[in-house]
Design a protein around this ligand. Sequence first.
Ligand code: ACO
Length: 194
Amino acid sequence: MEFPFNINRVLLKKFVKIRQNLLPEGFSGDRRISGDFSPKISDILDEMGRASAIAQGLQKAVTSGERLRNSDHTVYLLIDTEGKSGEGSVVGLLKVGKKKLFVFDAAGVHHEVQPLCVLDFYVHESKQRMGCGRALYEYMLSEEKTSPQYLAIDRPSEKFLGFLYKHYGLEKILPQSNNFVVYEGFFIAKSDQV
Ligand code: ACO
């Protein structure tokens, strides 16, 4: 997705992590520059959030600048630094955050947990099925120091379910009474994994 400003000057890297302050993680500029960057980043989140909602057939966007500002969630963006004649374009968005959930295990026992949840995931239509989604997901996993089976997914689309099966072999879903999907392995302690 292209924007009417130079993405590379604002986002600086291929993978960008953004939290409440609507600035790239590690941003070290002064107030004048941050005052210029955060409205641009807010616009990027609004546009990508809107495109994601359309792609998923949702009435309302899950991601926007305003919503990120008022949450403790994290958005990861994937940038094509060579897009738009070297000014950069935004390829993908992945939003994660912790939520308190009641989740059934395989034996049907209810647990109160607060896992990291995948809340929004979108790759621009022109770049889907080219490995961009996986690259962004892998970046998020390494930043969050976790593995795919420990994440709860909010209302996954068929494409996302296919993605999780293809790249991570996730198949066996533990039935839940909410909109979240968790897989077998969710309750296995990290130290017990082989
Ligand atoms: N139809 C079926 N499966 C698909 C499709 C599709 N159109 N697109 C991607 N996939 C799955 C397949 O398993 C595919 O492997 P294959 O091409 O061998 O069949 C695999 O994803 C491809 O992996 P990547 O190229 O790494 O993924 P991609 O860059 O396409 O990103 C994503 C995956 C984010 C799901 C993307 O397809 C997308 O944006 N879809 C529309 C929005 C969406 O459904 N987002 C998830 C909503 S749920 C949530 O956000 C919690």
